[in-house]
Design a binder for this molecule. Structure first.
Ligand code: NAD
Length: 372
């Protein structure tokens, strides 16, 4: 079991089991005396539990967090924060709730504490995607990074198995793309390997033993590491595809990552053989793309986009959108190749084992902010 505290210049992490009891101290430590607690409607009971732990330090609850951080929801939460004279924000939930907390903190300058309950990793990044008039715009800035993250493994035990699988593979995607990122470092490589190993181990153990708290510990620990990859380096083709499918076709975030990741890895394998070899060792499989796809299938996760509501007829438009302004990627992104990739992902084509390629293509440089 992991139990530690981690500080960087900009944000503080507390990790353990039962750490919810420390949230009052952590709030005071960052200067909060009257926190607005945020959640989705489905996690209101948990928000009330957090409010109970905070006691007088809780000014009130706003339980309207929704996917893709719609600005109308942020405006309503802002109004509530002002009515209550809140001096801090506490987000309890997945990436949707954390997104609302980030949007509120960025607008008000209030300090932000996050209690994550999924493996999305948003709590350790300076990235924020907001939706206005049906369009999702992503930005980054130091004011977006939450000041404190309190990981409590016990809060993740309620995550249903299908969401556990897709959320963990969403986290794996951050680590995999970090392994071939143009701006990767030796440190991000090590964090990615450790994260992938913990996520794969956690999923396998939890499938065998659904109440295994040690497996939940591995998953949350891996998610923290993978989130740090996402926050540290630029993401590539896989994230561009998922942003396109989520933003323009309304596909669900984590499930889309789960279907697309093995196909994006197979596309990039010829240009990133070292990254694939490192990923295969970390994941405990022979061939990274094929092995990950087989692992997802064994775990009962989604393996085709059709099941998520995507239509083969939409492939050309999605490919055009995804190739219009591609993120830096080890293998050049060409329209025909992406049509083929998306067709395979839509139909759930089985990726065959094979040696990762032979002709490395030089990485594209100049990562942009949007690519994360
Ligand atoms: P989510 O936050 O939408 O949660 C999915 C559902 O699971 C929600 O209904 C939630 O209430 C429920 N849930 C969460 N934790 C639970 C638990 N422990 N037990 C039972 N139910 C629980 O999904 P997500 O995948 O965590 O986040 C997706 C969103 O986060 C997307 O909008 C995505 O763009 C964003 N995101 C942002 C970043 C970033 O760095 N900015 C990173 C990753 C994801």
């Amino acid at each position: 079991m992991h139990s530690f505290e981690h500080d960087t210049n900009a944000s503080r992490t507390v990790f353990g089991t039962g750490t919810l009891s420390r949230v009052g101290d952590e709030l005071r430590r960052m200067g909060g005396r009257r926190a607005l607690v945020l959640s989705t409607p489905g996690q209101r009971a948990l928000a009330m539990r957090v409010a109970g732990v905070l006691g007088d330090a809780c000014a009130g609850i706003f339980d309207g967090a929704a996917a893709h951080t719609p600005v109308e929801v942020t405006d309503a939460a802002l109004e509530r924060a002002q009515e209550l004279a809140a001096d801090s924000v506490v987000s309890v939930g997945g990436g949707s709730t954390t997104g609302l907390g980030k949007a509120l903190a960025a607008r008000t300058g209030l300090p932000h504490l996050v209690l994550p309950t999924t493996y999305a990793g948003s709590e350790v990044t300076s990235l924020l995607g907001e939706t206005a008039d049906g369009e999702k715009v992503t930005r980054t800035g130091p004011e977006i990074l939450p000041e404190v993250v309190v990981y409590d493994v016990a809060l993740t035990t309620t995550l249903p198995w299908p969401v556990t699988v897709t959320s963990a593979v969403n986290a794996m995607a951050h680590a995999v793309e970090a392994l071939y990122a143009a701006d990767r470092t030796a440190e991000t490589d090590r964090i990615a390997v450790e994260g992938l190993g913990a996520l794969a181990r956690g999923l396998r153990s939890l499938q065998r033993e659904p109440d295994d708290l040690g497996a939940r510990d591995d998953l949350l620990y891996g998610a923290w590491l993978a989130g740090r990859c996402l926050g540290a380096v630029g993401m590539g083709l896989h994230h561009k595809l998922c942003h396109t499918l989520g933003g323009s076709f309304g596909l669900p975030h984590a499930a889309t990552h789960t279907v697309v990741l093995p196909h994006a890895m197979a596309y990039n394998a010829p240009a990133a053989p070292e990254a694939m070899s490192t990923a295969s060792t970390a994941l405990g499989v022979d061939d990274a793309p094929a092995g990950l796809q087989a692992l997802v299938a064994r775990l009962g996760g989604p393996t085709d986009l059709r099941d998520l509501g995507f239509d083969l007829a939409d492939v050309p438009r999605a490919a055009a959108l995804a190739t219009a302004r591609p993120y830096p990627n080890p293998r050049p992104v060409d329209h025909d190749g992406i049509v083929e990739l998306l067709t395979h992902a839509t139909e759930g084509t089985t990726i065959r084992d094979g040696p990762s390629a032979t002709t490395p293509v030089p990485a594209v440089t100049h990562p942009s902010e949007e690519q994360r």
